[in-house]
Design a protein around this ligand. Structure first.
Ligand code: BES
Ligand code: MN
Ligand code: ZN
Length: 490
């Protein structure tokens, strides 16, 4: 989708759809006023009480045939023109995008002239992001009932000549939306397409310029001593991959942030096999990895002056004659031994070796992103990702980033008391605690591999995808991560 900014008179702006704004206090944007004066379009709607004056509610209006716009979408943006919130803009942009998705509208002009001072860039970002993400539709493995939205161009119309804020915001929002869509798309792909090798290929396709990508195979992982990671891969015919993506936008001396993504391309549970219902959703068990690829996609578009390393641990978790069994003891790259009491607690096993590997980058901070525990879904539902950290300043930054990006996390405790749950009679630790506090003991396990740096863990089991009729990956927490890295929304 193309985004443009245009300034000047509305009179002869030819478009399939003109979008004009109204506010909760019944006041009209200049464009809406103009339409009303010229065609009497808006006050009729208000007289009829047809429009709920809340952010995202809208009415379709038909101007006379000789008007340069074929349709008008009158949309309520929020309570008051002077104090619109990012939440209101995001909701409005989402509603407008959805309204346009099902219409034969090839181009649209959104008259945004009344954005409060100083927020033009933020508004443009939110609008472009909403359009890019709402116009994504999954097509890859469908031959029928494909939806092909018509909209190819959205122009933001401003009355007065403006600085580059609107334009910059649009570019930012577009890059952000594309990163989010990358994460969603990889998540949505079935496990027989999106294998560890496929993820590695996608990473390599992104490489170039400031982004260097290398992929380690099982032989190299054996040499590194990644016994925990390899114990998960043992049951699968698909070769495991360790993907290293280095984005270098700043001097080599600038310490990087390291992102570590859980990339289980299908989680059967292994020998501790999962029950049947909804097992298909375990194709989403690589959404942490997908979020790392999403972030890297946006960084490649924006080329910011920062250093970021993305590590992806990719494998299937399968039962077979060669699979790891409950009671098996393995040695992690850190040297610590692990008694695997449940092969379905595989995420922490792949992540712990990646955390040890992360030490070599002398990171400023390490953030792992993982669909780690069903217990986190029970604790927080679908609205917040679980956040655990060994450094409160890092936790606070990530929480704030989640709020700003409208992609929130909620901090969970990482107290020593919970560590006891991992005691083992036969190894340095077990890979599971009890059922109680399951997301916390999982984080406690990871914390034992994250002592050398500031570390945070995002459990996205509840937020990375939605089930039910609208089943699909959400692209979370790409927004949170990019806000943390780049401060996009402020
Ligand atoms: N990938 C799952 C976590 C998961 C389950 C995410 C359901 C979303 C929905 C993870 O590998 C897993 O199986 N975790 C186990 C851990 C348990 C065996 C300690 C779980 O949560 O049941
Ligand atoms: Mn599992
Ligand atoms: Zn899993």
């Amino acid at each position: 989708m193309d985004f443009l900014v245009k300034t000047g008179q509305l009179d002869n702006l030819r478009t399939d759809c003109l979008i004009v704004q109204i506010y909760g206090d019944k006041s009209l944007s200049a464009a809406a006023k103009f339409l009303d004066t010229r065609y009497g379009l808006v006050s009729r709607v208000l007289q009829l009480n047809d429009l709920t004056l809340k952010a995202g509610h809208y009415s379709w209006l038909l101007p006379p045939e000789n008007a340069p716009f074929k349709r008008v979408l009158l949309v309520c943006v929020g309570a008051k023109a002077e104090s619109l919130s990012p939440q209101e803009i995001k909701n409005t942009a989402a509603a407008v995008a959805k309204a346009l998705k099902n219409k034969p509208v090839k181009n649209a002009v959104w008259s945004v002239e009344n954005a409060p001072a100083g927020s033009a860039k933020l508004f443009a970002t939110l609008i472009a992001e909403a359009f890019v993400t709402h116009f994504y539709s999954y097509r890859e493995t469908k031959t029928q009932n494909l939806t092909t939205p018509a909209l190819a161009k959205l122009t933001l119309h401003t009355r007065e000549k403006t600085d580059s804020s609107w334009r910059n915001g649009l570019q930012l929002g577009k890059a952000l939306g594309e990163g989010i869509n990358t994460a969603r798309h990889l998540g949505n792909l079935p496990g027989n397409v999106c294998t560890p090798s496929y993820l590695a290929k996608q990473a390599q396709t992104l490489a170039g310029g400031k982004l260097n990508v290398s992929v380690l195979d099982e032989k190299q992982l054996t040499k590194l001593g990644m016994g925990a990671f390899l114990s998960v891969a043992a049951g699968s015919e698909e070769p495991a991959k360790f993907i290293i993506m280095q984005y270098r936008g700043a001097a080599a001396s600038v310490q990087p942030t390291v992102l570590v993504g859980k990339g289980i391309t299908f989680d059967t549970g292994g020998i501790s096999i999962k029950p049947g219902p909804a097992m298909d959703e375990m194709k989403f068990d690589m959404c942490g990895a997908a979020s790392v690829l999403g972030v890297m996609t946006t960084l490649q578009r924006l080329q910011p002056r920062i250093n970021v390393v993305g590590l992806i641990v990719a494998t299937e978790n399968m039962p077979s004659g060669r699979a790891t069994k409950p009671g098996d003891v393995v040695t992690s790259m850190s040297g610590q031994t692990i008694e695997i009491l449940n092969t379905d607690a595989e995420g922490r096993l792949v992540l712990c070796d990646a955390l040890t590997y992360a030490e070599r980058f002398k990171p400023k901070a390490v953030i792992d992103i993982a669909t780690l525990t069903g217990a986190c879904v029970i604790a927080l539902g679908n609205h917040a990702s679980g956040l655990f950290a060994n450094d409160q300043a890092l936790a606070d930054e990530l929480l704030a980033a989640g709020v700003a990006a409208q992609d929130r996390a909620w901090q969970m405790p990482l107290w020593d008391e919970y560590q006891k749950g991992l005691d083992s009679n036969f190894a340095d630790m077990a890979n599971v605690g009890g059922r109680e506090g399951g997301s916390i003991t999982a984080a406690c396990f990871l914390s034992r591999y994250a002592k050398a740096f500031k570390w945070a863990h995002l459990d996205i089991a509840g937020t990375a995808w939605v089930g039910g009729g609208g089943k699909g990956a959400t692209g979370r927490p790409v927004g949170l991560l990019l806000q943390y890295l780049l401060g996009i929304y402020n």
